[in-house]
Design a protein around this ligand. Structure first.
Ligand SMILES: Nc1nc2c(c(=O)[nH]1)N[C@H]1C(S)=C(S)[C@@H](COP(=O)(O)O)O[C@H]1N2
Ligand SMILES: [Mo]
Length: 572
């Protein structure tokens, strides 16, 4: 049955026949509705099953992973931290528009349109199974659902457009006002149903994010209580024994167990009042978890299954081993204040925060694994495949480096890496701070480049000495004596001096509260007598080695921004 485009459209009542364009538009609309419904249905089902990936999110995730660095920078510059939302929205819009085009195809060739939907399902499946937390079986659910529901809705709407008489006979259908009304009603109903599915999917997603519930069950080891479960030390023995297959004598495993039971967490004291600047508008010395900056490539937070999660130490080591969450939390822990920051932070930016981290010193674990001399790079792998890499040396040079499980007295928030992450003082996050950690692997420095390195960022990235003005904010300032205050940081070196300059005048030394640690930022403040009119305020810090931060202005790429944070205010 060959389609003949010349066949005129039938006239079913006294009304004029719809134009060809009009009809095409109806089919386009049918395709939009069908694909929109398919996306909503597929997403809803994906949110019901933990191991079924969201096809929209996996497409987005693969897009993020392959996007050339320049495009990614552009997206971040234009859309800021909304870049992820814009990406997801863009994928949905493009998918639905392609669906609309398939609707136009379906006008004459339903089979072709159906093939289009199946192709989308297959593509979704192929990308979906690349989600490291998805299973092949469960991935079928959203993929098949998308293809089948898309075809079903399109067949239904098409039938309404063509009217019962035309069905199966006339390849170029007529649209009677009645059937068109039925079509519009059905389309409207499908859109409402799709919206309902989106809502249900959202609610279900919160529930199936089982990691959230698992985290709430966690009790962190504390000073008072020795490791919580009795099972944990036994499990430690098992792991240590397994590791002992390599070489370590069984007695060593026993020692580990005993230590785990007896040693308590070495806590750090809360900051004393003398360590805190009592100035309004300055960043809090300890950043609350709720407002702590978040940077990662994850479109959805990895839903780690705490029962099966393990972190393993592998690669160029003598005794590879793995730890379950219970085994990890049973190990001797320390608490440390460490300020972490993002290399993408521009001068004056807020991609930085200071927290009290609870964790196992990385050195203990690396020594247990027995890293070989040629294992010059420590690779931190995430369950979401993100990687960092830094010189193994950093574990042994005396700096604070933790495999952290707690943040400010709580289990790590899921956004910040639950169940475990790396925190290394003095290295930017992209080379050191793997969240949702799954593996610590050792390799030769030259044999592996972590996630951001081929994307144009430096392979070695020590944190640069920096300072920031928090108050006043750029804009107007009240004439008279006002505080100028902010924070300065030079992790592993500490901050020795902060100076402020107004209108190019002499550098004035700011007051520094007592130092919390050399790994944290330090608040600073001074009083200044503002006169009416425009003023320029600049700040610079000198680190514990006596080196003043550079005034040279460079952008974040490739290894961190420099320059003095400078703001304009007007005294009124
Ligand atoms: N799994 C994973 N870990 C990651 C990242 C990531 O994209 N994925 N980003 C890193 C970067 S660039 C930074 S700056 C820090 C930010 O940690 P935060 O979100 O807890 O502040 O996490 C690091 N760890
Ligand atoms: Mo970062």
């Amino acid at each position: 049955m060959a389609a003949d485009p010349a066949v005129p459209e039938a006239v079913s009542s006294g009304n004029p026949p719809p134009s060809g364009w009009r009809s095409t538009r109806d089919y386009f609309l049918a395709g939009l509705v069908a694909s929109g419904f398919a996306v909503a249905f597929s997403e809803m089902l994906a949110s019901f099953f933990v191991s079924a990936p969201s096809l929209v999110l996996t497409i987005g995730q693969r897009f993020i992973d392959i996007t050339p660095a320049a495009l990614k920078d552009w997206a971040i510059a234009v859309f800021g931290t909304n870049d992820k939302a814009v990406l997801i929205g863009g994928i949905v819009v493009v998918t639905i528009i392609i669906g609309g085009l398939l609707g136009v195809v379906a006008r004459k060739r339903m089979e072709l349109a159906a093939i289009g939907f199946v192709a989308f399902g297959v593509l979704g499946y192929a990308l979906g199974i690349t989600d490291p937390l998805a299973t092949a079986g469960a991935t079928l659910i959203p993929a098949v659902a998308a293809a089948v529901s898309g075809i079903a809705v399109l067949v239904l709407l098409r039938r309404l457009l063509q009217g019962p008489a035309a069905e199966g006979t006339d390849p170029v259908p007529a649209v009677s006002p009645d059937s068109r009304r039925a079509f519009m009603t059905a389309s409207g109903a499908a859109v409402v149903l799709a919206a309902g599915q989106v809502v249900i999917g959202r609610l279900a997603a919160d529930r199936t994010q089982s990691v959230v519930a698992a985290r709430e069950q966690v009790t962190l080891p504390t000073v008072a209580a020795s490791p919580t479960t009795t099972a944990a030390p036994a499990a430690t023995t098992t792991a240590a024994t397994a590791a002992a297959v390599e070489e370590a004598p069984v007695t060593e495993a026993t020692t580990t167990t005993t230590r785990a039971v007896e040693e308590v967490v070495r806590t750090v004291a809360d900051p004393t009042p003398a360590q805190i600047a009592q100035v309004e508008g300055v960043s809090e010395l300890i950043t609350p978890n709720e407002t702590f900056y978040r940077i990662d490539t994850a479109l959805s937070i990895p839903n780690v299954d705490l029962d099966t999660w393990e972190v393993s130490f592998t690669g160029l080591v003598d005794s590879p081993f793995s730890l379950t969450y219970d085994e990890l939390t049973a190990l001797p822990m320390v608490e440390r204040y460490i300020t972490i920051c993002c290399v993408s932070n521009s001068v004056g930016g807020d991609l930085i925060g200071n927290a009290k981290w609870l964790g196992v010193p990385l050195k203990d674990l690396v020594e247990r694994a027995g890293v070989r001399p040629e294992g010059t790079q420590l690779i931190g792998r995430s369950v979401d495949r993100f990687t960092v890499g830094f010189p193994t040396e950093a574990v042994f040079d005396g700096r604070e480096a933790l495999l952290a499980i707690g943040m400010n007295g709580e289990p790590l928030p899921v956004k910040h890496g639950f169940p475990a992450r790396l925190v290394v003082s003095g290295l930017y996050g992209y080379v050191s701070a793997t969240k949702w950690l799954s593996e610590v692997e050792f390799a030769r420095w030259e044999d592996f480049d972590a996630y951001w390195i081929p994307r144009g960022w430096a392979k070695e990235a020590p944190i640069k000495t920096q300072s920031r003005i928090d108050t006043p904010r750029p804009g107007t300032v009240q004439v008279g004596t006002q505080a100028i205050a902010g924070v300065a940081w030079a992790q592993t070196r500490g901050i020795e001096m902060v100076e402020v300059q107004v209108d190019g005048g002499p550098w004035m030394e700011a007051i520094l509260p007592e130092e919390l640690t050399i790994d944290t930022w330090r608040q600073w403040h001074l009083e200044y007598d503002f006169t009416p009119g425009a003023h320029t305020i600049a700040v610079r810090a000198t680190d514990g080695t006596g080196t003043t931060q550079t005034s040279e202005i460079v952008p974040p790429r490739p290894d961190g921004a420099t320059g003095y944070h400078t703001i304009q205010v007007v005294g009124v």
